[in-house]
Write a protein that binds this ligand. Structure first.
Ligand code: SF4
Ligand code: SF4
Length: 398
């Protein structure tokens, strides 16, 4: 065979490979979720709520009468050190009060999430209003914004985070949700599960509260009811709203994988009685298909909270969700919200040109996904080591 023939064969092979890489082909295409019969989730069942009730014997009695199956493991979790206590693995006496101060600030800012609407209703052009809301949110630091008409399964059934309102029905009167995405710093999250993660989370929850509170106030000035939902102050579930608004897909680790920032984001919601159009549905990126083969979060989760199996059914529909008790128990042991699953996820990458290309490449077909996963394992490793202590500098400046 002549050199010329070999060259033609190589070039043709590369051309064919390039062509296949561009083809969109998913034989086992995601079937979509049937949410029409989804049950509402009760906020009292979240681990945060179940951890908080340890201070209220009457609430404990009510809850464990309803859910005796949770009592014994919850009591074990109640015995573990609280966030900020020196027994926790990643405790740092100088820096722990910083995230505690941020969460105290968030608690004190809850009254800013609601308020009376202006008496005079101003008529608005919905399309122009959505664009302005998007611009304002991004101006104040949001990475992405979406809109969705609310359905019953987007609301918690009952409140669970604060003793004084524990067990009250949530307010489900609003019609539209504005979803706000706040990207976290990849460098901070990559230090997970060390204390950098809880510091970064706290800082981004503060940002999320700031943006959502301003936005709710902005909408109220037009004479419409609006309420911000942010850390420990929710009537709505952020993840399903963000997924259905087309901002990303549901990952194996049970949280949003944003179209650009992957799972490395925090969310806030503003709901309003104003009817606004849903965001235009973007093309799927087949992240959920990638999750089926990747399983990196499940391989690395230190508490074994993430399944290696296909999406299970719960609350009457098929969706991934983590083992809350194991995950939260680990958080209390280490004194950080861990985020190791977010840290190892191949979608947690800075938004550089090369990573934009990789996201596009992954969205084309299963072969590309397998090649991308192989490369991710090769370059970053499949199993990451967990640091025994915090890095010297917890607040990484980027
Ligand atoms: S680590 Fe892999 S399996 Fe887990 S959420 Fe990310 S892409 Fe999906
Ligand atoms: S936060 Fe940590 S413990 Fe919880 S699911 Fe993710 S990796 Fe596992």
């Amino acid at each position: 065979m002549s050199v010329q023939t070999i060259n033609i064969l190589i070039i043709s092979g590369l051309g064919l490979f390039g062509l296949i890489s561009l083809m969109r082909f998913f034989p086992d295409k995601s079937t979509g979720r049937n949410l029409s019969k989804a049950n509402q989730y009760d906020e009292r069942d979240t681990m945060f709520a179940r951890n908080n009730i340890r201070h209220y014997p009457d609430l404990m009695e009510t809850y464990y009468t309803m859910h005796p199956e949770n009592e014994s493991t919850d009591r074990q979790i109640h015995q573990k050190p609280e966030f900020g206590e020196k027994e926790q693995v990643y405790h740092n006496a100088y820096t722990a009060p910083c995230y505690e101060a941020a969460f105290e600030y968030l608690e004190k800012s809850i009254p800013l999430s609601t308020g009376a609407a202006a008496k005079q209703k101003i008529s608005i052009d919905p399309i122009k209003f959505c664009k302005t809301i998007t611009d304002i949110s991004k101006f104040y630091g949001a990475g992405d914004v979406g809109f969705l008409q609310l359905k019953s399964h987007h609301f918690y059934s009952h409140k669970g985070r604060h003793a004084e309102k524990w067990g009250n029905k949530t307010d489900q009167a609003h019609k539209t949700a504005v979803v706000i995405i706040i990207p976290m710093r990849v460098k901070m999250i990559k230090k997970g599960p060390a204390s950098c993660v809880i510091q970064e989370s706290a800082q981004k929850y503060v940002e999320a509260a700031k943006i959502s509170n301003i936005l709710a106030t902005y909408i109220r000035r037009f004479g419409y009811r609006a309420r911000a939902h942010n850390d420990a102050n929710y009537d709505t579930l952020c993840v399903p709203i963000a997924v259905e608004a087309g901002l990303g897909e549901l990952g194996r680790m049970g949280i949003l994988i944003h179209r650009v920032h992957g799972p490395c984001v925090r969310l806030a919601i503003v709901t309003t009685d104003l009817e606004l159009p849903d965001s235009a549905c973007p093309k799927p990126l087949y992240m959920e298909e990638f999750c089926k083969i990747c399983k990196k979060c499940a391989d690395n989760c230190p508490s074994g909270s993430i399944t290696h199996d296909n999406e299970p059914y719960s609350r009457n529909f098929r969706h991934w969700s983590i083992h809350q008790k194991k995950c939260f128990s680990y958080w209390k042991t280490i004194g950080s919200d861990c985020g190791f699953c977010i840290s190892v996820c191949p979608y947690t990458k800075p938004d550089t040109l090369i990573h934009k290309f990789v996201r596009f490449y992954i969205s084309r077909n299963t072969l590309n996904q397998k090649i991308a996963l192989f490369m991710d394992d090769l370059l970053y490793g499949r199993h990451r080591k967990i640091a025994k202590a915090n890095p010297e500098n917890i607040f990484i400046q980027t």
